[in-house]
Ligand binder design. Structure first.
Ligand SMILES: *Cc1c(COP(=O)(O)O)cnc(C)c1O
Length: 386
């Protein structure tokens, strides 16, 4: 089976991990700060705070921005559940903004309409979480302008978009947001096995994120209430978690980061080849917004069911049966049983639901060979013709 995504682990990665295993610190040593510094430099942000997952980083980001009971948080329905769950962890209410039919990202027009109505109803969100689906950056400048006008904070869920660029700047530079979150799960563009990271340009937010990552504990006497008792002393000044990344993971991340640009470039090469091969077939290839350079975490095609004689399910199953490990990103979050129980219904976000009825993620990862890709193309052609 050719999977839809796969990590690339080389000898240099293994050597970097082994070096940490042989060192004095498996966690809370020098490698996590080194990884943070490298990612801050790469993404052009002032601060980077590594965590044990993007889910943890999203949770900490919501808390750092003061999201709590009674607050509203809006995100895209076409995302992994973690983008919405992070708000529920804080006791906030979640709502969704339908997607743009071309980019599949949160629609700026739908956001503007929903905000205008929410203002009248006195129900504006405290935080909006745009998700850079497939690695394609959202229209952040417009979203940030709406944020100014309506007074909401912005966390970019850039789990798919490390290495992507938007209007000439790297995703993660927080030009148009308060915090940006990356994921380093093995299916993502670079990996730390499990891991995530939050970037910000606000030193107070960076400090809050660090506190939340490690039990709300401070060791710097200048951050303490009253006097330090001595060199052993620490204080818990907030309620935090253990969301720390280990030095073992950070070593893998640092090593992987050296190849980030190469990985994204290869993904673009593969996407171009797919685009060309699929011209004329009854499917829609991913449209790229001219303002964005996608990380291309995923390559999603949409079936033209109006002209196909097979159903979405039949095409999906036929591809799997023939060794193509296709997947579907994502089941609209509002249709999950947990969210239905909160009151969401079918039909609320029609573009997201239409997308779900047609989308298929094809294999897309840096080590997918030209031969493997040609095989994918061949099978797709045959399945669509059959
Ligand atoms: C993978 C993913 C997450 C969660 O990442 P973890 O590091 O696995 O916690 C969140 N949001 C999106 C859009 C993702 O794809």
């Amino acid at each position: 089976m050719i999977p839809y995504g796969r990590q690339d682990i080389r000898q240099a990665d293994i050597d970097a991990v082994v070096a940490v295993l042989r060192s004095d610190f498996l966690t809370q040593g020098p490698t996590v700060p080194a990884f943070e510094a490298a990612l801050a430099a790469k993404s052009g942000a002032q601060h980077a705070v590594a965590m044990n997952s993007a889910t943890s980083a999203l949770h900490a980001a919501c808390l750092a921005l003061g999201v709590g009971a009674g607050d509203r948080v809006w995100t895209s329905p076409v995302t992994f559940v973690a983008s919405a769950n992070c708000a529920l962890y804080c006791g906030a209410q979640v709502d969704f903004v339908d997607i743009d039919p071309r980019t599949y990202n949160m629609s700026v027009a739908a956001l503007a309409t929903k905000l205008a109505r929410a203002e009248v109803a006195g129900a504006l969100p405290k935080l909006v979480i745009p998700v850079h689906l497939c690695g394609q950056p959202c229209e952040m400048e417009s979203i940030a302008a709406l944020g100014k006008r309506y007074g909401f904070k912005i966390v970019e869920d850039a789990s798919h978009a490390v290495g992507a660029r938007y209007r000439g700047g790297p995703v993660g530079d927080c030009r148009y947001s308060d915090i940006t979150v990356f994921s380093f799960h093995p299916v993502k563009i670079i990996t730390t096995a499990e891991g995530g990271l939050a970037t910000t340009n606000d030193p107070a937010l960076a400090h809050r994120l660090q506190l939340l990552r490690s039990h709300g504990i401070v060791r710097d006497p200048s951050r303490m209430v009253g006097e330090s008792h001595g060199a052993w002393y620490y204080q818990q000044v907030a309620l935090g978690f253990n969301y720390r990344m280990t030095d073992v993971q950070a070593a893998l991340g640092l090593s992987q980061l050296q190849r980030l640009d190469e990985y994204v470039a290869r993904r673009h090469e593969l996407a171009r080849a797919y685009d060309e091969s699929f011209a004329g077939l009854p499917l829609t290839t991913p449209w790229q917004h001219p303002d964005s350079y996608s990380g291309l975490h995923l390559y999603v095609v949409r079936l033209r069911l109006d002209v196909l004689r097979r159903t979405h399910r039949e095409v999906f199953d036929a591809l799997r049966a023939r060794g193509i490990g296709v997947n579907l990103h994502y089941i609209p979050v509002h249709t999950q049983p947990y969210y239905r129980a909160l009151g969401f219904r079918d039909g609320q976000f029609p573009e997201a639901e239409r997308y779900y009825a047609e989308a298929i993620s094809l294999p897309m990862y840096a080590t997918l060979s030209d031969e493997q890709q040609a095989q994918v193309v061949q099978v797709v052609r045959e399945v669509l013709a059959g």
